[in-house]
Design a protein around this ligand. Structure first.
Ligand SMILES: Nc1ncnc2c1ncn2[C@@H]1O[C@H](COP(=O)(O)OP(=O)(O)OP(=O)(O)O)[C@@H](O)[C@H]1O
Length: 298
C-alpha cells in the first residue's frame, strides 16, 4: 500500500434505480488522487460487503465507501464496527437514511467532495437481537412493510408509498410487553421503532430528536392507528416534528426488551430480519467512524 491513505469503494451493482450513472467513472473523475490511493470492488451477492469491508479494515485501509442504499451501508458498516477504518457513503439507494442524517450529499460529485475533505467523526450504532443497525430498527408495521417490499419487483419511493397506503388499512396492532428505562409497559403495538438516526430515509422522520452521537436510542411507540392518527403521524414524519401524544410516544434509552404473545416481524435498517417473540435492543455508543461534511450532524 502506498503512503497515501487508501480508500476502498464497495459497489453493490444491484442498488438503486437503474440509472446510467457509472459510479466507477465518477470516482475516477472526482476523487482527489493526489491525496488518496484507492481500489474498487463489486459485491457478488448479499452478505459479501461485510467480508470486503472487514478485509480492508484488517489491511489498514483508512476509509471504506459503501456505494449503494441503506442495505449496502449496513453491510459495509458491520464490517467496520469498532475498527479505526471510517465508513463513507456514495448514496445509490431510494431512501439513503444514514447519508441524509449525516448530511452527505446525494449526488456523486458532492459526496466525493466530502470524501476528499476526509473529515472523520464517530457515531453510535444499535443492535436488535444481535443484528447491527445504523439508522433504524423496528418491530410491527415497518418490519411488515420491509418484508413485503423485499419481494417487490418495483423499487423506489413511489412504489414504497403505494405499498404503505395499501397495507396500512389491513395491518393490525399486536399486544407486547416492553421494558424501557425500568418501566414495564403492557400495550398494543402497531409499530415500535428504535432510532439511532432521525429518519427512515427519504426525509421521513420517525424520531426527530434522535442524536447519532448521544449514546441513546430514540424509541417511537405507536400503540394503535386510525385514520386521524395516521394523518397526524404522516404529517409529523414529513415535517420533522414530534407527533401528537395521542398518536405516538417517544422514549430515550440505552436498552429495550420486548416480549410478544405471538411472533412479530422485525427489521434492521429496512432489511427484513424474520419473526420472533423476544427482542433485545441495545445502543453501542461511539462504535463506528464515519466521514461527514465538517458541520454538526446531531
Ligand atoms: N451483488 C449482489 N447481488 C444481489 N444482492 C446484493 C448484492 N450485493 C448486495 N446485495 C444485497 O442488496 C441489498 C439491498 O441493497 P441496497 O439497500 O443497497 O439497495 P436498494 O434496496 O436498491 O436501496 P433502498 O433500500 O434504498 O431501496 C443489500 O442488503 C445486500 O444484501
Amino acid at each position: 500500500m502506498s503512503k497515501r491513505p487508501h480508500i476502498r469503494f464497495i459497489i453493490n451493482p444491484t442498488s438503486g434505480p437503474k440509472s446510467k450513472v457509472d459510479m466507477a467513472a465518477q470516482i475516477q473523475l472526482h476523487l482527489d488522487h493526489g491525496k488518496f490511493s484507492h481500489d474498487v470492488v463489486y459485491t457478488q451477492r448479499a452478505g459479501h460487503a461485510p467480508e470486503l469491508a472487514s478485509e480492508a479494515a484488517s489491511s489498514g485501509c483508512a476509509i471504506v465507501v459503501a456505494v449503494g442504499g441503506d442495505g449496502t451501508v449496513n453491510e459495509v458498516a458491520r464490517g467496520l464496527l469498532h475498527t479505526d477504518t471510517a465508513l463513507a457513503i456514495l448514496p445509490r439507494g431510494s431512501g439513503n437514511g444514514l447519508a441524509r442524517h449525516l448530511l452527505v450529499p446525494i449526488m456523486p460529485q458532492g459526496a466525493l467532495r466530502v470524501l476528499n475533505k476526509g473529515h472523520v467523526t464517530t457515531i453510535d450504532s444499535g443492535s436488535i437481537n444481535g443484528h447491527p443497525f445504523f439508522t433504524t430498527a423496528g418491530i410491527g408495521f415497518d418490519a411488515y412493510i420491509s418484508s413485503v417490499f423485499a419481494g417487490n419487483k418495483k423499487r423506489g419511493l413511489q412504489s414504497y408509498v403505494e405499498l404503505v397506503m395499501k397495507e396500512v388499512r389491513n395491518y393490525r396492532h399486536l399486544p407486547v410487553k416492553a421494558s424501557i428505562n425500568g418501566a414495564v409497559i403492557d400495550t398494543d403495538c402497531f409499530v415500535m421503532a428504535f432510532a439511532n438516526a432521525a429518519q427512515y430515509g427519504n426525509n421521513a422522520y420517525i424520531a426527530p430528536e434522535a442524536d447519532i452521537q448521544d449514546g441513546l436510542l430514540d424509541v417511537c411507540l405507536v400503540r394503535r392507528l386510525d385514520i386521524i392518527k395516521a394523518l397526524n403521524l404522516s404529517y409529523s414524519m414529513l415535517t420533522n416534528q414530534l407527533a401528537h401524544a395521542d398518536s405516538a410516544e417517544y422514549f430515550k434509552t440505552t436498552h429495550v426488551q420486548v416480549e410478544t404473545e405471538e411472533p412479530m416481524m422485525f427489521h434492521a435498517d429496512g432489511e427484513y430480519m424474520g419473526k420472533t417473540s423476544a427482542f433485545d435492543v441495545h445502543i453501542q455508543p461511539l462504535s463506528l467512524k464515519v466521514v461527514t461534511p465538517q458541520i454538526s450532524i446531531a
